[in-house]
Design a protein around this ligand. Structure first.
Ligand SMILES: Nc1nc2c(ncn2[C@@H]2O[C@H](COP(=O)(O)OP(=O)(O)OP(=O)(O)O)[C@@H](O)[C@H]2O)c(=O)[nH]1
Ligand SMILES: [Mg+2]
Length: 296
């Protein structure tokens, strides 16, 4: 399955972001710490490289991510030229307040009221851009919510003396190259429900959990996961939680079980989970691409 999700408003959001890029100093790219590279939008990189704008990468929602994986990612980003990356949780008081000083280091010449430091918050949907802006402004200016495309238009604010901040709508790119990226984005609710089949996404998630966090599924659902495969996990959750389709002789409601698994991952109820690490990503990229043979 290939997951695509590019609602109409994103074309105008991209155009507006390209215009704004001309008169800002630093791009604050918000990523999901649980899937930092899968949540990096190549279009954002192109836009900022076109204008040669420095970038601070924020691995946000670090409170939900596996701390060991986050440490590995910070080490990995630390070895990339021209990138500054930090892990934060916008929900933790004080974390967001570190951001302006980090941006200042990237644009030291923008340092007074005549030349204020202009920061542009960018990223894919649902990574916490508006939560970051609200935390910086210490006011609930922008609407936030655990679903993609909450913010529909750009908003700029003065942030104390000599600084401005702009929030933008989440931007997706038209073609997600790797299916596993699509699944990770769907599991984390960066792309909308209409684009995905929850059962397939939950099965993908169950596969990662079995491989890397089996003890978390065992603890949450009181399951013996030895010898279980990913589909088996979704079925077992359905049985444990009594998910039955009404009037169909006891048939399991796998869609309902899928939503339980996804909701528990999204809220952190399952524990601290990262969907990718530098090693799993390198292994994924090293795999040969499946070429679909066209019938002659
Ligand atoms: N646990 C946790 N949740 C967070 C964090 N930052 C944001 N969230 C939650 O993530 C969800 C999305 O946050 P938003 O700020 O609306 O995300 P956004 O990037 O502005 O999303 P769009 O406007 O749709 O592009 C909300 O439910 C937030 O409460 C964080 O650091 N930790
Ligand atoms: Mg928003």
């Amino acid at each position: 399955m290939t997951i695509q999700w590019f609602p109409g408003h994103m074309t105008s959001a991209r155009k507006k972001a390209a215009e704004t890029m001309a008169y800002i100093d630093v791009v604050v790219e918000v990523l999901d710490a649980r899937l930092p590279e899968a949540s990096s939008n190549p279009m954002i990189r192109q836009l900022r490289e076109h204008r040669q704008r420095p970038c601070l990468k924020l691995l946000n929602k670090a409170d939900l991510a596996d701390p060991a994986a986050t440490a590995a990612w910070l080490d990995w980003y630390g070895r990339q030229p021209g990138v500054k990356a930090v892990a934060i949780s916008c929900k933790k008081p004080g974390d967001a307040a570190k951001v302006p000083a980090l941006c200042r280091q990237l644009a030291p010449h923008r340092n007074d009221n005549v030349k204020p430091l202009r920061m542009l918050i960018m990223g894919i949907p649902n990574v916490g851009k508006s939560t970051l802006m609200n935390a910086l402004l210490k006011r609930r200016i922008a609407a936030v919510g655990d679903e993609p495309a909450v913010t529909k238009s750009q908003q700029s604010f003065d942030l104390g003396p000599g600084m401005t901040i702009t929030d933008t709508p989440g931007l997706m790119w038209p073609k997600i190259e790797h299916d596993s990226d699509g699944y990770m984005l769907a599991a984390s609710h960066a792309i909308g429900r209409n684009a995905v089949i929850d059962e397939e996404v939950a099965t993908f998630l169950a596969g990662i959990l079995l491989a890397r966090y089996p003890e978390l599924i065992a603890a949450r659902y009181k399951l013996d996961v030895a010898n279980m495969d990913a589909v088996g996990v979704v079925e077992a959750v359905a049985k444990k939680r009594g998910c039955i389709v009404k009037g169909r002789g006891g048939e399991l409601d796998l869609e309902k079980a899928a939503m339980i698994l996804l909701t528990d991952y999204r809220s952190g109820a399952l524990g601290r989970i990262s969907l990718e690490t530098p090693d799993t990503r390198a292994a994924m990229l090293a795999q040969p691409k499946t070429v679909v043979q066209e019938a002659e």
